[in-house]
Write a protein that binds this ligand. Structure first.
Ligand code: IYR
Length: 222
């Protein structure tokens, strides 16, 4: 990567515009919800690729960009992924998850059956690169990989919401089967399985409230 620097400028908004635009963007993002039931309608994949481009603008440790996004529509592959995910989830719901955990999940009505893996028109399976690709000099390190990929996924979810698509951040742990199913190299580990699409007609989501500002923001001003 270049060791040179280049000028950087952004348009400067007035304070009033900053408040108005940040409020409008909050209102937009505050309508984002995790959705578990998808319409089978196809989605414009070029728009999804653009969202992945946005995710890939995320900051990352030493700019290593330690992520891979697999965009999967292939029905046979999704059938295989669903089967393996449900096997892991069965074990999660029948022994691996604690009673408290199961109780915490009750409001969401989840269980080990995961039709959305096949019903959603596409999956974005996100991989983190735990180290850089191996060459004859050996492994090269990546840094703050979870933080970097987490930020990229946040930007992906934001970009998808912007164009009216819904997503579910699904973690059928342990997720080793995803690297195998998608033929990922040794340096990659599955981070999240994200079914995406349009919400199913008439879909409902759990009633929930978000923590108010006073519960999440602590300010210190000198
Ligand atoms: N991976 C399981 C369990 C699950 C865990 C959490 I924490 C959630 O917020 C939701 C589900 C599943 O997807 O059902």
């Amino acid at each position: 990567m270049s060791e040179r620097f280049e000028p950087y400028r952004l348009p400067r908004l007035s304070d009033e515009e900053m408040v108005a635009q940040s409020r409008a963007f909050f209102d937009e993002m505050n309508t984002r919800r995790s959705v578990r039931v998808f319409s089978p309608e196809p989605i414009p994949l070029e728009a999804v690729r653009n969202c992945i481009d946005t995710a890939s603008t995320a900051p990352s440790g030493a700019h290593k960009q330690p992520w891979t996004f697999c965009l999967v529509t292939d029905p046979a592959l999704r059938k295989k992924i669903r089967k393996a995910a449900e096997e892991e989830e069965f074990k999660n719901y029948h022994g691996r998850m604690s009673e408290v955990w199961l109780e915490d999940l009750k409001p969401f009505g989840t269980d080990h059956i995961k039709p959305f893996i096949e019903d959603a028109p596409a999956l974005i399976v996100v991989f983190k690169q735990v180290h850089d690709t191996v060459d004859d000099t050996g492994k090269k390190p990546n840094y703050y990989v979870n933080e970097s990929v987490g930020i990229a996924v946040g930007m992906l979810l934001t970009a998808l919401h912007r164009i009216g698509l819904v997503a579910l951040t699904h973690t059928p742990s342990p997720m080793g089967f995803l690297a195998e199913a998608l033929g990922r190299p040794d340096n990659e580990r599955a981070f999240l399985n994200i079914p995406i699409g349009f919400p199913a007609e008439g879909v409902e989501v759990p009633v929930l409230s978000r923590k108010p500002r006073a519960d999440v923001l602590v300010e210190h001003h000198g």
